[in-house]
Design a protein around this ligand. Structure first.
Ligand code: NAD
Length: 299
């Protein structure tokens, strides 16, 4: 039987509706709405597109949205001063600095300058530490891993005691999702293995997985024979493999593929996320969730 497709767009839409209801309730009860500042340096097309989608979603939810579009040659000192002003601004609950930054700016310095209590991306080392400690310490789980966890739970896939294999050990996906799923709580409690470029037998590890999370950035890396029948496959990879002309706009658009051979894998897996339309839409949704949580924590 072909796998159930985990529809990230639909799950995302239902979470956004829940968040909208909470924002409306906050506005009526406290006269406050979550405030998000999006800081964009330069005009990198991918960054502009991500930021535009974040702004649109924030406005749809009724957030106070502040756009800071900086010149590509803004100095590091000026950017740090902008971050500090946002730290001090009581109407701002979340600060998002769109990465990557231009080469003349030290990304780490900028991330470290964000007030950890407004770091809704969850990249500040204080929040990384809180995530590892788990429990009530966790303030802002990073958005893509938080979206993955939510997709698994809302699809009804059992995490408690599950064998989870994570392909990739990056700071933004692999390491945080592994940490989140091994925590002692009902939304986790998994046995987690992380595999990477130096792992001896990738296929053998993947074949053990009840839940296989792939974040390598290599199109079609995971072959169908690596997938255990009935496995829940979460494909985080977004790889441009070519271009096509959009039938809607008549303009060229990227052809995107995940890290898993989707068509073959869906014949074996129990459930699987498509690319696009799986993990992708969840990332922005979880950014909104973190900003709302930050606002509520301030009250
Ligand atoms: P990264 O390059 O920082 O890390 C990739 C990891 O995969 C590394 O740890 C590396 O060791 C491992 N890896 C690479 N090739 C491998 C191989 N052949 N065998 C085993 N391990 C291998 O990437 P990242 O930032 O974690 O992103 C991974 C993918 O997820 C990319 O395609 C990225 O575009 C995508 N992504 C999607 C979202 C989303 O919202 N959907 C968010 C973040 C990243």
């Amino acid at each position: 039987m072909p796998a159930t497709i985990i529809d990230g767009v639909a799950v995302s839409r239902s979470i956004l509706a829940e968040l909208k209801a909470e924002v409306d309730a906050l506005r009526s009860s406290h006269g406050v709405v979550p405030g998000l500042v999006t800081i964009l340096v330069g005009e990198n097309p991918a960054s502009v597109s991500y930021v535009t989608r974040k702004i649109k979603t924030a406005l749809e939810l009724g957030f106070h949205e502040v756009q800071e579009n900086c010149d590509p040659d803004i100095s590091e000192a000026d950017l740090l001063a902008l971050v500090r002003r946002c730290n001090e601004d009581p109407s701002i609950h979340g600060i998002l600095v769109q990465l990557p930054l231009p080469d003349h700016i030290d990304e780490q310095k900028v991330i470290y300058a964000i007030d950890p209590d407004k770091d809704v991306d969850g990249f500040h080392p204080v929040n990384v530490g809180r995530l590892v400690l788990g429990g009530d310490e966790v303030r802002f789980p990073p958005c893509t891993p938080a979206g993955i966890q939510e997709l698994i739970i809302r699809s009804g896939v059992e995490l408690n005691g599950a064998e989870v294999v994570v392909v990739g050990r990056s700071n933004i996906v692999g390491k945080p999702i592994a940490n989140m799923l091994l925590q002692k709580n009902a939304r986790a409690n998994a046995t987690v293995t992380v595999v990477h470029t130096r792992t001896r037998d990738l296929a053998a590890h993947c074949r053990r997985a009840d839940i296989l999370i792939v974040a390598a950035g290599v199109a079609g890396l995971v072959k169908p024979e690596w997938i255990r029948p009935g496995c829940c496959v979460i494909d985080v990879g977004v790889n441009r493999v070519g271009e096509k002309i959009s039938s809607r706009t008549g303009k060229p658009v990227a052809i995107l593929r995940g890290d898993v051979d989707f068509e073959a894998a869906r014949e074996i897996a129990g459930s699987i996320t498509p690319v696009p339309g799986g993990v992708g839409p969840m990332t922005i949704t979880m950014l909104m969730k973190n900003t709302l949580a930050s606002c509520k924590a301030r009250l």
